[in-house]
Design a protein. Structure first.
Length: 93
C-alpha cells in the first residue's frame, strides 16, 4: 500500500537531498531545475529536468538530489510515466 502523499511541490536547493522511504509506485514529477534520483539496490542513475517524470519501481530508500535548485512533486496513483518521459498533461474540458 502506498503511503499518504502531500502533492504540494517540494523546493530543493542545489546539492540538497530529499529522502523517500518505501515509495514503489510513486511518481516524481520535475517542475523546474534538474534532479538526480537513485533507489536502494538500483544501479541506474535517473536524471530529470523540467517537464519529465520517473516512477519509483522499488521499496527501500530513494534519494532525490538537486543537481541545481529545483521543484518537484511526488504523486501516487497508477498512471504510467516511464523514465524521462514527459509528464502527462491535464487538459480542461
Amino acid at each position: 500500500m502506498l503511503p499518504l502523499i502531500n502533492q504540494d511541490p517540494v523546493a530543493l536547493g542545489a546539492r540538497s537531498i530529499h529522502r523517500i522511504n518505501d515509495g514503489a509506485g510513486l511518481l516524481i514529477e520535475c517542475l523546474s531545475g534538474a534532479l538526480w534520483i537513485t533507489q536502494h539496490g538500483d544501479h541506474r542513475d535517473v536524471i530529470l529536468e523540467r517537464g519529465r517524470a520517473f516512477r519509483l519501481d522499488r521499496d527501500g530508500l530513494a534519494v532525490v538530489y538537486g543537481l541545481e535548485a529545483a521543484r518537484f512533486r511526488v504523486v501516487g496513483g497508477s498512471s504510467q510515466a516511464p523514465e524521462g518521459e514527459p509528464i502527462p498533461q491535464k487538459r480542461a474540458a
